[in-house]
Design a protein around this ligand. Structure first.
Ligand code: ZN
Length: 92
C-alpha cells in the first residue's frame, strides 16, 4: 500500500466557539461520527468542540449532526434547570 500524505491535525483558530453548546471555546476536534464507528479524520467529519462536549459524546453515534447537537443541548438545558432549582434555596 502506498504511504499516504500525512495531513497534520489543523489547529483550531482562536475564539472559535464550540460547535455544539456555543457556551465555551472550542479546543478539540470532535469526530461527528466517532473514529471507533468508522468516522474519518476529515474536515467534513470534524467539528470544533469544547472538551466537555467532546467527552460527553464519547463514542455515541448520532444519525445527523443536528441530532447530535440537539442531544447535547437538551442535556445542558436539563442540567441548567436542575442547577437553578438546587441553587434557588431559601425557605419552602
Ligand atoms: Zn461544547
Amino acid at each position: 500500500m502506498a504511504s499516504r500524505c500525512r495531513r497534520p491535525q489543523r489547529a483550531i483558530p482562536p475564539d472559535t466557539p464550540c460547535g455544539y453548546c456555543f457556551d465555551d471555546w472550542a479546543t478539540v476536534w470532535d469526530h461527528i461520527r466517532p473514529y471507533s464507528a468508522g468516522g474519518r479524520s476529515q474536515p467534513a467529519n470534524l467539528m470544533p468542540s469544547c472538551r466537555a462536549c467532546n467527552a460527553w459524546f464519547s463514542d455515541h453515534v448520532y444519525p445527523s449532526i443536528e441530532a447530535k447537537r440537539e442531544a447535547r443541548r437538551q442535556f445542558l438545558r436539563a442540567l441548567e434547570r436542575e442547577t437553578a432549582r438546587s441553587t434557588r434555596g431559601g425557605s419552602i
